[in-house]
Every structure is written in C-alpha cells, then in structure tokens.
Design a protein. Structure first.
Length: 137
C-alpha cells in the first residue's frame, strides 16, 4: 500500500483531497491506497453478486457496493474512512445525494471484509470500528 499524505487528515479533508481515480481509505489521518489480488476480488465479487441477487429477489431497499467508503471512529476518537470489500447500504441513504463522492457519514447495514495479508487490520481494527457504529461484519 502507498501512503500519499504526511499531515493528519480529518474525514472531511479526506473527501476533499482523495483522488477519484483508484480506491483509498483514510487510516490514522493518512490517505492509503487499497489494492487487492485477483483471488481476493473473486471472493468479494462472489459475495457482492450473491447478495445483490438476493436483495433483488426479495425486493429489499438496499444497494450492494464494492467502492463505498464510510466514516468510522477508532477507540481513541480518530476518524477513519473505511472501504469494505462489500457493503450493503440503505438505498434511500445511498441515493440521497447521487452526485456526491461515494463516501458516507452514516453507518451502513453490512460490511464484508475478505481477509488477506492485512488480516490484522480486518480482524482487529476494522471490526472494532464497525462494531462501534453498530455495523454488522
């Protein structure tokens, strides 16, 4: 992963400064590029397509996404911007501002992390942040 900034950013700073090209998270005040192997993407896409099919079949008011970033907070009160591998988001929240960058301040309904070489981030840091907001992982 590459780190692009040196000064600590807030979530609002992250939204203003983050490139729209590529996928990024705000981690400890820094913009960090998120990259995955093809195997990782295959597992995430399997989950995304399966959830999307089931949501459509049941006519539920959700959107399934793999690019959304949402605001979380660490135990120390530090704002983060996390991008789960798969997100389930209330459709009304997602569509409330269609021209906005795909970052949300509101908690999402479900965050799925496919673990990989950074498994400690997924099992410890992200899980703690998601639970703090009441998001299921």
């Amino acid at each position: 992963m590459k780190t692009y900034t040196k000064q600590k950013l807030t979530f609002d700073d992250f939204l203003k400064e983050c490139s729209e090209e590529g996928l990024y998270e705000l981690v400890d005040g820094k913009i960090v590029e998120v990259r995955a192997t093809r195997k990782h993407d295959d597992v995430a896409n399997f989950m995304l397509f399966g959830l999307n099919d089931e949501i459509r079949r049941l006519n539920l008011n959700y959107v399934v996404n793999n690019t959304a970033v949402f605001r979380t907070v660490t135990a120390n009160g530090i704002e983060q911007g996390r991008k789960p591998d798969v997100s389930v988001i209330d459709k009304d929240v997602w569509r409330s501002n269609r021209s906005a960058y795909s970052a949300l301040e509101e908690p999402i309904q479900l965050a799925i992390e496919v673990t990989s070489t950074n498994w400690e981030d997924d099992y410890i840091d992200k899980l703690d942040e998601y639970q703090r907001l009441g998001v299921t992982e």
